[in-house]
Ligand binder design. Structure first.
Ligand code: NAI
Length: 666
């Protein structure tokens, strides 16, 4: 009897030459063994670990074990027979679902699916030994999965056509899920040995694809962001978080409700505050509904009891941490921070969910500015995985560490970012949106711009997203910034402060077109609150009249220009953010964009994308566009980008060296 320990591949090896015994010959050797081989599965059997277990004649799993073939999430497919054995063992539909999503299953589900033969609460190795003894002498003919015929659905073509259509739709340009379907198709249509050959070919195509590189980069980027640091020298490994048991949420609108749900579900005691009785009651019902739906979906216990509702800020007196989520109004937020500073016990962390306002200005209203940080959630706050933790110049390392840990406890990926208008995510969005507006002025349509961005992999184009979140949000901000003013001829000004400005969004808002909520925006909807965007002839006429009024001649704009102007302007701002020290590294920006803004994961994030395209090429295109549009500062290449390009375009993992040495000649 011998024991073997295996967890899966070390994905750090993917970029280099892999070490260790090749898995496929080993798998064939195990399967062909004359003696019964029983896999004892404890902890996780993912990827290669499960593929190895599938070559064993029996599988025994501990009840806490988790199993899966997650290769697809790294841009690959299970390349050691997983795509050939799993459908033979559990049937094509179940195997397709697991392989194309990379979903992990519990031991109980694995038993139900037929992946394992027995689940034990005892030591899995002991159980496996016992099991091996019980099957001693039995024939292994029916236990070698590679020799099974693959079950063939009667309507094979229809099944695969349907799956392929669904996978293509949800993959949004990612090639790995589609390739996984092709590999499983081979399992059904080819003999085992040929199927294995096909799996190997398909694996090699994915292995050398840019998408696998992007997904593997992203995998590590998500881990890298937890090792945060700030320009003042505070770091994740030297800053200790303080325990938080009780937290308050102030303002129970869209965001406050979702934040309260997240906190309650993670087991925090929550004090939820609204000013008016009526709003409080509405919020209470909404939060209860959200908790109930979520508990049902997850099969988890209800967390109602964790939340106490109040109309008074005084209810926050004994909490450890407050998250303010009232209207985006500096005067109102300042007043609340002043009051909280007087009401809360000493040492309470005061956090704001503001999407763009100055955290330090809020901190200045309090007696202990070092306890103030931003905790910027994304809507819907109980669903979206991202949290930007914003440190001001006076935020203590302990406050940053506490907010970062709090984010982790409620299941978010927290990214520490510096304090500036819009922080990282929203700051980069501005030049992107601006380019989209300019493209409309020059001859594009919202449909055309959105189509290009969706083909790139965004779930929704910029104009559909605007309609969804409400055009009035940005309008209010622009009005507060004094941008919404007519020029000397009475027309809406197209130059503000010496730079190009597009008033198109303001003009739509003046018409009451706020997007989905009013049933009209950049598109039309069947009713206010409608979700299906339809092209609107009114909008096209409006654009034509607008161009005519301002003497603009529409030109044909190709896909490449749409993509480059939108994305490169966004990326350029990303370089500026790195140069300003607002984000510590490109990974922080990329995680924010993938988790918060729908950037396609298989493209790694905007900064990784720039690296893939080539920094010299991005620089060259930005220079060209800036020459054509000198009044658009967002197109002027950032000096960090120039420096990196001049230094021979070092790979993304070396950018930090250049950023940290401001005078480096590279
Ligand atoms: P909202 O308008 O839905 O909710 C604000 C709530 O605050 C309202 O229920 C209001 O009654 C309440 N409120 C106002 N004054 C109050 C006071 N003195 N005490 C207690 N409650 C008070 O706004 P939303 O969208 O939830 O935004 C809240 C904050 O979150 C803003 O700072 C916004 O910029 C930020 N944010 C919004 C996102 C979004 O997508 N809606 C995303 C990320 C951040």
């Amino acid at each position: 009897m011998s024991c073997l320990c295996i967890t899966g591949a070390d994905i750090r090896e993917f970029g280099a030459k892999m070490s260790g015994p090749p898995l496929v010959p080993m798998i064939h050797m195990i399967e062909a063994a004359a003696k019964p081989v029983v896999a004892a599965i404890e902890g996780v059997a993912l990827g290669g670990g499960l593929e190895l277990a599938l070559s064993c004649h029996y599988r025994i799993a501990h009840s806490k074990a988790r199993l899966g073939l997650p290769e697809v999430t790294l841009g690959l497919l299970p390349g050691a027979g997983g795509t050939q054995r799993l459908p033979r063992l559990i049937g094509v539909p179940a195997a397709l679902e697991l392989i194309t999503t990379g979903r992990h299953v519990t031991a109980a589900e694995a038993l139900q699916l037929g992946i394992v033969d027995e689940v034990t609460d005892q030591n899995a190795v002991d159980a496996a030994v016992k099991f091996a003894q019980s099957v001693e002498g039995k024939s292994l003919d029916a236990r070698r999965i590679g020799t099974f015929p693959c079950p063939r659905p009667p309507d094979l073509d229809a099944v695969f056509e349907k799956v392929m259509k669904e996978v293509r739709r949800s993959a949004r340009g990612a090639i790995a899920p589609v390739t996984c379907v092709q590999a499983v198709h081979a399992a059904v249509t080819l003999p085992y040995a040929k199927g294995m050959e096909r799996e190997r070919e398909l694996f090699s195509t994915l292995f050398t694809s840019g998408q696998a590189r992007a997904l593997q980069y992203y995998f590590f980027a998500q881990r890298a962001v937890s090792r945060w640091s700030t320009p003042s020298g505070a770091r994740w490994d030297t800053s200790k978080p303080r325990p938080v048991r009780k937290a308050a949420v102030i303002g129970l609108g869209t965001m406050g409700r979702g934040i309260s749900v997240s906190l309650a579900q993670a087991g925090f005691s929550v004090v939820a505050v609204e000013t008016q009785e009526k709003q409080l009651l509405e919020a209470k019902q909404a939060v209860s509904g959200m908790l109930e739906r979520d508990a049902k979906r997850r099969g988890a216990p209800l967390a109602h009891g964790n939340i106490k509702y109040s109309c008074s800020l005084k209810a926050a007196a004994d909490v450890d941490l407050v998250i303010e989520a009232v209207f985006e109004d500096m005067a109102l937020k300042k007043a609340i921070f002043r009051q909280l500073s007087a009401i809360c016990k000493p040492g309470t962390f005061l956090c704001s969910n503001t999407s763009a306002l100055d955290i330090d200005e809020l901190a200045s209203q309090t007696q202990s500015p070092e306890l103030v940080v931003g905790m910027h959630f994304f809507a819907p706050a109980h669903v979206m995985k991202l949290l930007e933790v914003v440190y001001g110049p006076r935020s203590s390392p302990e406050a940053v560490a506490t907010a970062m840990q709090m984010g982790k406890k409620i299941g978010k990926v927290s990214v520490a970012v510096g304090n500036c208008r819009g922080f990282v995510g929203n700051r980069m969005l501005k030049p992107y949106l601006e380019q989209a507006f300019f493209l409309l002025e020059e001859g594009a349509t919202p449909e055309q711009v959105d189509q290009v961005l969706e083909e790139f992999g965004f779930p929704m184009g910029v104009f559909k997203v605007s309609d969804l979140s409400g055009l009035d949000v940005g309008w209010k901000v622009r009005k507060a910034d004094g941008l919404v003013v007519p020029d000397s001829t009475g027309k809406s000004a197209r130059i503000q402060g010496g730079r190009r400005y597009s008033p198109l969004g303001d003009l739509l808002c003046e018409q009451g077109r706020f997007g989905q909520k009013t049933g009209r925006g950049w598109y039309q909807y069947d009713k206010p609150g409608g979700r299906v965007a339809k092209s609107d002839p009114w909008l096209h006429r409006f654009l034509e009249e607008y161009r005519a009024r301002h003497g603009l001649v529409a030109r044909r704009i190709d896909q490449q220009e749409v993509l480059e102007r939108c994305l490169y302007a966004l990326i350029n701002e990303g370089f500026q953010i790195l140069q300003d020290g607002i984000a510590a590294g490109p990974e922080d920006i990329d995680v924010i964009y993938v988790l918060g803004y729908g950037w396609p994961r298989h493209r790694g994030g905007p900064m990784f994308f720039a690296d893939m395209v080539g920094l010299d090429k991005v620089l060259d295109r930005l220079e060209r566009y800036h020459q054509l549009h000198p009044d658009v500062p967002g197109l002027k290449p950032c000096s960090l980008l120039r420096k990196l390009a001049a230094g021979g375009c070092p790979p993304i993992h070396r950018w930090r060296e250049v950023i940290q040495k401001p005078h480096s000649q590279l």
